[in-house]
Design a protein around this ligand. Structure first.
Ligand SMILES: C[S@@+](CC[C@H](N)C(=O)[O-])C[C@H]1O[C@@H](n2cnc3c(N)ncnc32)[C@H](O)[C@@H]1O
Length: 238
């Protein structure tokens, strides 16, 4: 397992990206933040959506928190604020360009880590909370399941996972616009919305505790609790 912790502007990826990895995220890193802000502005703004995620994570001062596919680190910065200087946030991503952007938002209690989320370089049960926002739809299904199981491995028993991602809308106009957007997003996203996120989270070994939809039913936030001790191999790769 190879990874690279990032601090003070030195990002030297020391591992090959896995075959499934879509490098689009790496290429759009420089416009990612304004793009998300622009899209979110039609639905009440990015801040509200991020805040909802933070609320669902039920963060407490001093906790250790993992953010998978952290991108430019916007959520990491908000988590860092919520858990205070006694807590620690680790943002994991496979895009060096996203991580370079993330560094600019770095607080003292955030660590960014260049790693594949299928092999998170932390011990079993290390984290109290884990999140992945707009990340799972970027991955093929088998990788998604590996990532969810890996998140469970590094979460303490009783620890919480919070996932934000696309949901399939119900109203005709929203469905039409959403289908066009899914053409832009690509095959893994189209596969993601055909599936049930709560079932994926359950199959990875969590008890689902809450599910809510937003933005005309195009976004969902699902939280689960790691009720059991880690059992290697359960649920992965389905
Ligand atoms: C659409 S961005 C979301 C960024 C951020 N979480 C947000 O909410 O804005 C998806 C991120 O997941 C990362 N990613 C995709 N597959 C990954 C993997 N296997 N391991 C780590 N990061 C991955 C990409 O590099 C990208 O930065």
């Amino acid at each position: 397992m190879t990874s690279n912790h990032i601090s003070s502007g030195n990002i030297i990826p020391s591992m090959e990206k896995p075959e499934h990895y879509r490098d689009d995220c790496n290429r759009i890193a420089c416009i990612y933040d304004p793009l998300v802000r622009f899209i979110a502005s039609f639905f009440g703004g990015e801040e509200i959506l991020r805040r909802l995620t933070i609320d669902k994570m039920d963060l407490k001062p001093g906790q250790k928190v993992l953010d998978v596919g952290c991108g430019t680190g916007t959520l990491c910065a908000m988590i860092a604020e919520a858990i205070g200087s006694d807590g620690a946030v680790v943002g994991v991503d496979l895009s060096e360009n996203m991580l370079k952007k993330a560094e600019n938002k770095g607080e003292d209690n955030i660590r960014f880590c260049y790693a594949n989320a299928e092999e998170i370089p932390y011990a079993d049960g290390y984290f109290d909370r884990a999140s992945v926002t707009f990340g799972l739809h970027e991955m093929p299904h088998s990788v998604r399941m590996n990532v969810l199981c890996e998140m469970r491995r590094v979460l303490k028993p009783g620890g919480r996972i919070t996932v934000l991602d696309y949901a399939y809308p119900k109203r005709a106009l929203a469905v039409l616009l959403f289908k066009v957007w899914m053409l832009v997003e690509g095959e893994t996203a189209r596969d993601f919305i055909r599936r049930d996120l709560s079932s994926m989270i359950r199959d990875a070994g969590f008890d689902v505790i809450e599910q809510n939809v937003y933005w005309m039913n195009t976004i969902q936030i699902v939280s689960g609790e790691n009720a059991e001790t880690y059992n290697k191999g359960s649920g992965a790769g389905q």
